[in-house]
Ligand binder design. Sequence first.
Ligand SMILES: Cc1ncc(C[n+]2csc(CCOP(=O)(O)OP(=O)(O)O)c2C)c(N)n1
Ligand SMILES: [Mg+2]
Length: 168
Amino acid sequence: TAQIGAAFAFDLDKDYCLPYYRDLAVVLAFGMTAKDIMLSAFAKAEDPNSGGRQMPAHFGQKSNRIVTQSSPVTTQFPHAAGIGLAAKMANDPVAIYASTGEGSSNQGDFHEGINFASVHKLPVVFVIHNNKYAISVPASKQYAAEKLSDRAIGYGIPGERVDGTNMA
Ligand SMILES: Cc1ncc(C[n+]2csc(CCOP(=O)(O)OP(=O)(O)O)c2C)c(N)n1
Ligand SMILES: [Mg+2]
C-alpha cells in the first residue's frame, strides 16, 4: 500500500525513480512489466535491469527513468541528489523518488544525500520503508530516535511518518 501510494504521487511519465530492492510495486507503477521482472529472475539477456547479470530486485530501466541500483545499500540517495541538482540547473521540473530501508538509513550515504539535497533545495522525496528489522537486527538496535521522520528537522526539510498498511 505504501509503495502504490508513494508512486502515484509522482508523474510516472516524467519523474525519476531510485528504488531499493523491496520496491517491486513502485517499479511496476513506473512502467516496468511482470515480464521484465521475470527476465531478471531467470537471468535472461533481455532483462532491462542488468541484462541478467545482477541479482533479482536490483531494479533499473532507462526507458522508465528507473535508475540502476547498486548492491551497497543507500548509495541511491547521493545519486538522487545528483539527479535533482542536474534537474535544477537545467530548469527541468521533475521530481525524484528515492527509497531505502530503516536499517540502511543509518549508513553514511543516507545523511550525505539528504543533506546535499536539502542545502540545495533539490526536488527529491526520500522514503524510508520501516519494517523494524535489518535482516536479524531489530530497530531498537539500529537507532535511538523515537521516529525516523524526526531526522528531517535536522536537515531543515519536512518529514512525515505514515502507516504503510493503512488501506483507508
Ligand atoms: C553498505 C551495505 N552494508 C551491508 C549490506 C548487506 N545488507 C543487505 S540488505 C541489509 C539489511 C537492510 O535492512 P533495511 O535497510 O532495514 O531493509 P529491509 O531489507 O528490512 O527492507 C544489509 C545489512 C549492503 N548491501 N550494503
Ligand atoms: Mg528493515
